[in-house]
Design a protein around this ligand. Structure first.
Ligand SMILES: Cc1cc2nc3c(=O)[nH]c(=O)nc-3n(C[C@H](O)[C@H](O)[C@H](O)COP(=O)(O)OP(=O)(O)OC[C@H]3O[C@@H](n4cnc5c(N)ncnc54)[C@H](O)[C@@H]3O)c2cc1C
Length: 498
């Protein structure tokens, strides 16, 4: 029988994971990427798109390891973009993926082919090529199509210059130097660019419409995001009694309301019920008057911008939109676009009405990292596409979707645009359950209680958890020892398995 053929569209972090796990299932899989190299957003380009010159990751290294290929020991907690790219290249080499990747293949159309197949139209070397596949994995990322608001009210009345962070590479003498800049948005790019531009601009204003939760990137010399032990996940990491106590006793007195104490940025949502910005460095710039915090924009007249509850407008030279990206796939027709909206993806991966199609890299955690969840999604897709597991009927998938989005609306009431938002602990456990790769904590509790205690109370969430099982085989022991290496501030040597 002829082997089934699968295509992975997009050669970023998620694409590598998707390819690796399809090949591991002995499927005939190929990856197609429109750039001349792998890396996705981490492949630095002088032109629009991807990282800027000073980009470093804001999720700590702990959340970025592949579960079976850790980042090198010498990689810093928050590596720069070139170190991430180097890691992705070494991942491809380690798992022999290079010969399955095709570069400078721009996918321009995806349509239904013969016999339930998908027909993909590539543009390559100036030619159009059509090829049929039994299944497609879309890994084109969430950071390709800018949500640029310059034509949207009230920004359409602004007569100064505007740009979106997708085009930003470094401070520019013409656009930024000695200018008054307004940054719109409250994400990590917004705060990192506010810090960077405050050193060259006359003044930087930063407007966050609904306020924003901020979290320190470091506690002492350790990344703050690794201080949540796995046991925290037991409480769902939502606004429950435990988080309320933690917030009242520790966060508010030390870091202030919303993690900054800045009234203009006071978040509308409760802690863990909206995205958490891990680039809190901007707060120091606010303290030194180099960045001026603002809430929503009330009106714009030519270059005069009036903010919420203020009468006096501010003269702005340039607006930099750090307003995120849109979930958009240019190669789909309108009908497929409707069917592949994030709201239509069962488990945020499989479009209910389009069989043999899957998305990897489609979620964004409240805190944590996109790639760590993409790896589990890739494992799940490989499990389904290989036939080791099958999906429920479309009716049952629709019922799942209804329940999921009802709960999502209750959990994240102010994140209407960021539908991809998930809780890292919860979503990873959910996928791990499907894959049957959750650490067997009950078994460990009885058989190796010290390890159970370490995993549950002393160590952070890591991707290695999903290779550990009950820590019996050599591979599982290796995963456990990698996990232990991520424990903050302790003598790990005594815990390592010989
Ligand atoms: C400045 C910046 C900082 C970030 N920092 C973090 C962080 O700290 N932590 C974190 O978790 N995430 C971060 N991200 C998000 C980042 O997108 C993810 O970490 C991760 O790289 C996503 O990988 P991906 O493969 O899903 O998507 P991408 O990296 O976007 O890769 C998608 C690939 O698909 C290709 N493609 C798209 N359309 C087509 C087509 N039609 N035909 C062929 N190929 C196509 C693109 O060229 C690209 O190579 C950051 C993003 C940016 C821009």
């Amino acid at each position: 029988m002829e082997k089934k053929k699968f295509a992975v569209i997009g050669g970023g972090w998620s694409g590598l994971y998707a390819l690796k796990y399809l090949l591991e299932e002995k499927l005939d899989a190929r990856l197609y990427e429109r750039e001349s190299n792998l890396g996705g957003v981490w492949l630095y380009k002088e032109r629009k798109g991807g990282v800027y010159q000073s980009t470093h990751v804001t999720s700590s290294k702990t959340y970025l390891h592949a579960s079976d290929f850790p980042l090198p020991d010498e990689t810093p907690h928050f590596p720069k973009h070139d170190q991430v790219l180097e890691y992705l290249n070494s991942y491809a080499k380690h798992f022999n993926l290079w010969s399955y990747m095709h570069f400078e293949y721009d996918i321009i159309k995806v349509d239904k082919g013969r016999d339930d197949q998908w027909q993909v139209t590539f543009q390559c070397d100036g030619k159009e090529i059509k090829e049929d596949f039994d299944g497609l994995v879309i890994t084109t990322g969430q950071h390709q199509t800018a949500n640029d608001l310059h034509h949207v009210e009230p920004f359409d009345r602004f007569t100064g210059t505007t740009s979106h962070s997708i085009s930003y590479k470094k401070p520019d003498d013409k656009i930024h130097r000695d200018k008054t800049i307004l940054i719109v948005g409250g994400g990590e790019t917004a705060s990192d660019l506010a810090v960077e531009l405050s050193t060259v601009a006359r003044r930087v204003y930063m407007s966050i419409r609904d306020g924003q939760w901020f979290q320190e990137s470091l506690f002492g010399d350790q990344p703050a995001d690794i201080l949540f032990p796995k046991s925290f996940g037991f409480f769902g990491l939502y606004n429950n009694i435990l988080t309320k106590i933690g917030w009242t006793l520790f966060i508010r007195p030390f870091w202030g309301e919303g993690g900054t104490g800045i009234a203009e940025w006071k978040p509308r949502c409760q802690l863990f019920h909206g995205f958490i910005n891990k680039s809190r460095g901007v707060v120091n710039k606010v303290a030194s008057g180099m960045v001026i915090p603002k809430r929503q924009i009330n009106s714009i007249k030519e270059q005069l911008v009036t903010f919420d509850n203020e009468e006096k407008p501010v003269h702005i030279d340039h607006i930099l939109f750090c307003t995120g990206y849109r979930w958009f796939h240019s190669f789909f027709n309108d009908n497929f676009r409707k069917e592949t909206k994030i709201e239509c993806l069962y488990q945020l991966i499989f479009p209910v009405n389009l069989p043999n199609l899957a998305f990897v890299g489609s979620t964004r955690p409240v805190f944590g990292s996109i790639p760590s969840l993409a790896e589990l999604q890739a494992r799940r897709v490989a499990q389904v596409f290989s036939g080791r597991d099958c999906l429920p009927s479309p009716t049952n998938m629709s019922i799942w979707l209804q329940k999921y989005w009802k709960r999502h609306a209750q959990l994240y009431p102010y994140e209407g645009r960021l539908q991809q938002l998930v809780n890292q602990f919860e979503y990873s456990d959910f996928l791990a359950n499907q894959l049957k790769v959750k650490p067997r904590l009950w078994k460990l509790f009885f058989s190796q209680p010290q390890k159970w205690y370490t995993i549950y109370f002393q160590s952070p969430w890591t991707p290695f958890l999903f290779r550990m099982n009950a820590i019996e085989t050599n591979d599982e022991k290796l995963a456990y020892s990698r996990h232990l290496k991520c424990i903050p501030r302790r003598d790990q040597r005594s815990l390592l398995i010989k």
